[in-house]
Design a protein around this ligand. Sequence first.
Ligand code: CU
Length: 180
Amino acid sequence: MRKSITGQAFAAAALFAVSVQAHSGHGAHNHHDHHHNDGGHESRAFPNPDTVPVAEGVSVNQCWIRALPNRLPAAAYFQIQNTGAKDIVLVGAQAEGFGKVMLHTHAESNGMATMVHVDEVVVPAGGNFDFAPRGHHVMLEQADFDLEIGSQRPVTLWFEDEGLSAFTAQCDVRPPGTVQ
Ligand SMILES: [Cu+2]
């Protein structure tokens, strides 16, 4: 069951574009009823990150992935730092081995916690933005392998200005119960 929540105002709405899709009725992080076709929110296609410049003044730190068993959707968390003089706009993410990668945040709808798709996140010049549990996360879905606790996996974040730039972070894979 999905419904549009276009136009709904969130507390942090100033920081990210209006989300257009709610994942209603889910438990905290169980996206197991996702279908392949997600009503217009297929992962955006990005080129090979090696072919685009590294985002200037941008770093992605302390990245980790909360793994779930049985290849259930996992979530990646990190801090984006922008030491540059211009705001930067995160427009997507990509991760090897996952068929679908999306920017998500949490929101409340009719008293129910839901996850909503985020089109972009602005990281202000000289500022930072946290992807953290209960907030923004990169949803990693349709894994074609088992995430191994203690290993590292690359997650690429895409930024858009006049053109695309990328930053690939190595993310520590942590157990399901990890909260920090
Ligand atoms: Cu999510």
